[in-house]
Design a protein around this ligand. Structure first.
Ligand code: NAD
Ligand code: IPM
Ligand code: MN
Length: 352
């Protein structure tokens, strides 16, 4: 019998509310599909920071290293500046474990009315570069509080970093539509994007079945709203991919449904699975959070662990509930987080 150790970091805000639903579904599927998961619960969060002054223990990364995966809710609270909470937990995990791919699927769930034109058949993948680009540690601030105060942020793109994300995206595209859109901004006064374009093109020569379409990010944002159905696989830098994934999932209904797999494709380190959305302080504690993003992230984790049938059953279960016309308020429904979860559990129970 297969068994896995998964570290659970529910984190802050609605992270605490959407994590138990996803775990409940996965536990049921584990029993059905004959594997076990040991959940290693970590109370690493902003609450811990306010109590102990750190988001995670000093050896937190080591504690995660021997696990089979990390399941994260969300991190962030209005009480602490975001750069402290994020650089104290999520960003170090992504970097230390070389999770250089952030894979973010979006599709229109069956039965939902599209929010925007051309959204009736959204089914796409954003492949976001996840360890470099605009999210570099290069830069700084000076002259704090004086009129001369300044901040500098340098974007960092390495040949190796762009090559590997390009290869991952091209490979995916070659197994889907054969079309890859590359988010770029090589018309701007920046050095990084012409380099990005060149490297993507070079790696593209290895994939003769894939057509690469570079699209300027501003126009791509508009296309994401007007004709998201024309996109299949989109490769993007760290910041562009971040923005596009919220935009495209909103076009498909709600950012509450979108999952995210932070992958170390070599399996040298654990990968991390989380929803695309954040801790949503505006709705936290009200039972309004849509748990689909967390559940779908759980399905991506099951897939990554090799439990494909369980993964498919999980996505099938929440899709069926939505198709029956039941959803949380962000998708126009009236169910609470708990009620929606109960309906998904019911689906899992009644199948077979
Ligand atoms: P957010 O994603 O938390 O919320 C944006 C909007 O979407 C809000 O109106 C929220 O209510 C709604 N929303 C988000 N998830 C939802 C869900 N599951 N169901 C229904 N509605 C949902 O983004 P924000 O408000 O910009 O950020 C809040 C905090 O979360 C910040 O501290 C930010 O840094 C953090 N954040 C963390 C992560 C992460 O941990 N991976 C990701 C994004 C943002
Ligand atoms: C995401 C989030 C993070 C990011 C933040 C919280 C650092 O927005 O996972 O999309 O920008 O990567
Ligand atoms: Mn984001």
């Amino acid at each position: 019998k297969q068994s896995y150790a998964i570290d659970v970091i529910a984190g802050d805000g609605i992270g605490q509310e959407v994590m138990p639903p996803a775990i409940a579904c996965i536990d049921m599927l584990a029993a059905k599909h004959d594997f076990t998961i040991t959940w290693r619960e970590r109370d690493w969060s902003s609450e811990r920071y306010l109590r102990d002054g750190t988001m995670m223990p000093a050896n937190g990364i080591e504690q995660l290293a021997d696990g089979d995966g990390i399941f994260l809710g969300a991190v962030g609270t209005p009480d602490i500046p975001d750069h402290i909470t994020l650089w104290g937990l999520l960003i170090p995990i992504r970097r230390d474990f070389m999770q250089y791919i952030n894979l973010r699927p979006t599709k229109l769930l069956p039965g939902l009315k599209p929010r925007v034109t051309g959204a009736d058949s959204i089914d796409l993948l954003v492949v976001r570069e996840n360890v470099e680009g605009e999210y570099s540690e290069l830069g700084g601030r000076a002259y704090r509080g004086r009129p001369e105060e300044l901040a500098i942020q340098e974007a960092l793109f390495t040949r190796r970093g762009v090559e590997r994300v390009a290869r991952f995206a091209l490979d995916l595209a070659s197994r889907r539509s054969g079309r890859l859109v590359s988010a770029t901004k090589s018309n701007g006064i920046i050095h990084s994007m012409p380099f990005w374009d060149e490297v993507i093109d070079e790696v593209g020569k290895e994939f003769s079945s894939v057509t690469i379409e570079p699209v300027l990010i501003d126009a791509l944002a508009a296309r994401g709203v007007l004709r998201p159905d024309t996109l299949d696989v989109v490769v993007a830098s760290n910041l562009f991919g971040d923005i596009l994934s919220d935009l495209l999932s909103a076009a498909a209904g709600s950012i509450g449904i979108a999952p995210s797999a932070n992958l170390n494709p070599e399996h040298e380190f654990p990968s991390l699975f989380e929803p695309v959305h954040g801790s949503a302080p505006d709705i936290a504690g009200k039972g309004l959070a849509n748990p689909i993003g967390q559940m779908w992230a759980g399905a991506m984790m099951l897939e990554h662990l090799g439990q494909k049938a369980a993964a498919a059953e999980l996505t099938g279960a929440f899709e069926s509930v939505v198709a029956l016309g039941h959803s949380t308020p962000d998708l126009g429904g009236s169910l609470s987080t708990e009620e929606f979860t109960a309906a998904v559990i019911e689906q899992i129970n009644t199948k077979h």
